[in-house]
Design a protein around this ligand. Structure first.
Ligand SMILES: NC(=O)c1ccc[n+]([C@@H]2O[C@H](COP(=O)([O-])OP(=O)(O)OC[C@H]3O[C@@H](n4cnc5c(N)ncnc54)[C@H](OP(=O)(O)O)[C@@H]3O)[C@@H](O)[C@H]2O)c1
Length: 311
């Protein structure tokens, strides 16, 4: 297994590549996709309350036959249905069908209600109760983390953030801050240069490096994340691509290759790609917006139904 584990400040280890379940939807197809990832060799599943497929992820994990200690499960408090942290973790554990999760994250600083110190205290209580092994955050900036650390008794083990070459410069301060405080950075949506911004400056070094090493472009981007010391949180519906993701753990980029990717990323951050800075929050918000939209749709449908019944 080429991807190593990383040591967390909580004393536990975390596999450095995760299979994410955002946008996977529900039903047997979702179970099959998680099952496929586990069969290929993924032993870290990243889900969230707002993805609404913790049940499917849990079923696939249970049916995999792996013992609980052989799989690392991350889920997130997304403020779904306005429920508090204490209630939400119980729901997530029930959905997943497990007695604990390995890592529980506050999905976004705006969900730390009524404020970051109070919400973090609730997270600490979950750890003390043994419901979660490690606690962390997601999409936190330097100011958010500083506010948290000012009153924390238990420091966050990880901060899951948007990280790809076009936002690297904007994210550098939080990456440095996390490193200084022994907080692991998890990188999500690292393949955006390929999936949402094809044709940008990063394509040039990525394609060249891929050709030189005889690998696929997505492997180069994951190797870059690995070189930055971050955990990769990615996904794919395709078995061969999942295998390539795992193989990317063996790909070591030279300093010159890393610099070329970052120089191209910085080029994209000005000019045509200047709007990418806003993705630092957009990536996450779009998940939360989806949940809100579904809720709104459900409320409208209920009102229409009620009007029909009583009309
Ligand atoms: N904490 C947060 O706020 C947050 C936000 C976003 C995401 N996440 C987590 O991160 C996970 C991954 O997010 P993501 O889907 O945005 O990540 P990603 O790793 O950037 O993208 C994965 C997608 O890239 C596609 N892909 C891979 N190589 C490609 C190529 N060469 N050309 C075109 N498409 C390619 C795959 O498609 P195929 O299926 O066709 O292979 C897959 O759908 C999520 O599931 C979630 O767990 C967390």
């Amino acid at each position: 297994m080429p991807w190593k584990n990383v040591q967390l400040n909580s004393g536990y280890e975390m596999p450095t590549i995760a299979f994410g379940t955002w946008k996977l939807g529900n039903g047997q197809g979702t179970i099959d996709q998680v099952d496929q990832a586990i069969n290929v060799g993924f032993n870290h599943v990243d889900t969230a309350q707002s993805y609404r497929n913790e049940q499917e992820a849990g079923q696939a994990i249970r049916e995999s036959g792996l013992s609980r200690s052989d799989i690392f499960i991350t889920t997130k408090y997304s403020g779904l249905n306005g429920l508090d942290i204490k209630t939400s973790i119980q729901n997530s554990l029930n959905n997943l069908g497990v007695s604990y999760v390995d890592l529980y994250l506050i999905h976004h600083p705006s969900l730390a209600r009524p404020d970051i110190p109070t919400a973090w205290k609730e997270m600490e209580e979950l750890k003390l109760k043994g419901l979660v092994k490690s606690i962390g955050v997601s999409n936190f900036g330097v100011d958010d983390l500083a506010r948290l650390l000012a009153s924390a008794k238990i420091p966050p083990a990880a901060n899951q953030i948007l990280l790809h070459p076009y936002v690297y410069a904007q994210q550098a301060p939080i990456i440095d801050y996390a490193k200084k405080h022994d907080i692991v950075i998890e990188a999500y949506s690292s393949l955006i240069p390929l999936t949402q911004r094809p044709g940008g400056p990063v394509d040039v070094p990525v394609k060249e490096i891929a050709k030189k090493h005889n690998v696929a472009p997505e492997q180069v981007l994951l190797a870059w994340v690995n070189a930055k010391g971050a955990v990769c949180v990615t996904t794919s519906s395709k078995k061969d691509r999942l295998q390539r993701y795992l193989d990317a753990g063996d790909l070591k980029l030279s300093d010159a290759e890393i610099e070329a990717i970052e120089a191209a990323g910085a080029l994209g951050a000005v000019g045509r790609f200047s709007h990418v800075a806003s993705e630092v929050v957009k990536g996450d918000r779009s998940e939360i917006k989806t949940s809100f939209f579904l809720l709104l749709l459900a409320v409208c449908a209920t009102i229409v139904l009620a009007l029909r019944v009583h009309g």
